[in-house]
Write a protein that binds this ligand. Structure first.
Ligand code: HRO
Length: 308
């Protein structure tokens, strides 16, 4: 079955791709995504200077999901800018994820990365793991200021990676910001920030940074991810492409994201756990689910969630 999709006018050969952060920091990891069945190559969120990230252990998987406090380990934007032509040779879209440690970093990085011509740029407003730096996406004014600055220097489709919101008032407020900033696509959601996983046997936290607090991913966050996809799908009446991220472990999870309004889905925790072979498995499972439900292609079910 054809599982290709379109985000902000760009065609993706498959609707499954890595979530930024999962196996996409180094050149080797990015090339492995290029050779895999992933429908795109998404880079790790980049900062101005290369970073080692937070002290280890900083990632921990458990039966329901994962917790991470990686702390933006990345090669620095110059290295990713240099890699983009090679990544583009795989014939699938390259999404550059732009972050920063302060507001001024974002336009600096965006301008140079844009010149390297990735197919799309994703602006990460939602890293929960830099000690002392709140998630920008929880500050509507700061988000608007930043998005207007990066929009001026980005000429490829521009998306925003948002943190999860837990109240319709926050969906509305960010929806208004997004509507004023020329955003072409949304990626919903980043990890559920500042969770705490406890090992009762050792009576300890499971990751070192920030006293054990970190971003949650995997199955446990799926309802939060679906709610955010659905809320923004409704706000924009299906007119802004949405990438659904959060809790996609099986094909059926992807189907649920599509029903809520996603056009593609990204894979974090289960990609780290299974490796790049996960993409083939998910394609097989989603194709089986679509056939079983009588859908011939993705668009036929997108946003079609029924209410009671
Ligand atoms: O590197 C990280 O700690 C990290 C980032 Cl940037 C992000 O956006 N989301 C996340 O869960 N971890």
């Amino acid at each position: 079955m054809d599982l290709s999709t379109t985000i902000a006018g760009v065609r993706f050969p498959s609707c499954f791709m890595n979530a930024s952060g999962a196996l996409c920091v180094t050149r080797e990891e990015l090339l492995a995504l290029g050779r895999s069945r992933a429908g795109a190559i998404v880079t790790k969120s980049m900062t101005v200077e290369p970073r080692d990230g937070n002290p280890t252990p900083r990632y921990y998987a458990f039966p329901g999901g994962s917790i991470n406090s990686m702390g933006l380990p990345n090669l620095g934007y110059r290295a990713y800018a240099a890699l983009i032509p090679e990544l583009k040779s795989f014939g699938k879209p390259v999404i550059a994820s732009v972050a920063g440690l302060c507001e001024d970093d974002f336009p600096t990085i965006a301008a140079i990365i844009n010149a390297a011509k990735p197919d799309l740029i994703e602006v990460n407003l939602s890293c929960p793991n830099i000690p002392g730096k709140p998630q920008i996406g929880y500050d509507a004014e700061a988000s608007e200021r930043l998005l207007k600055r990066v929009r001026k220097v980005i000429t490829v489709p521009m998306g925003v990676k948002l943190p999860p919101y837990f109240d319709p008032a926050h969906h509305t407020a960010m929806g208004e910001v997004i509507g004023r900033c020329g955003v072409d696509f949304l990626n919903l959601i980043n990890s559920v920030g500042n969770g705490l996983v406890v090992d009762p046997e050792r009576e300890t936290v499971v990751i070192k940074p920030k006293g054990g607090f970190g971003g949650l991913g995997g199955t446990i966050i799926k309802p939060v991810a679906l709610a955010n996809v659905r809320a923004f799908w409704k706000i924009f009446e299906g007119q802004i492409s949405i990438i659904g991220t959060g809790g996609v472990v099986h094909g059926v999870d992807a189907f649920e994201h599509l029903l809520c309004g996603a056009s593609a889905v990204q894979i974090g925790t289960v990609l780290v756990e299974e490796g790049v072979s996960v993409f083939g498995r998910l394609e097989t499972e989603l194709a089986a689910q679509l056939s079983k439900k009588g859908y011939a292609k993705l668009e036929d079910c997108r946003g079609k969630l029924k209410e009671l």
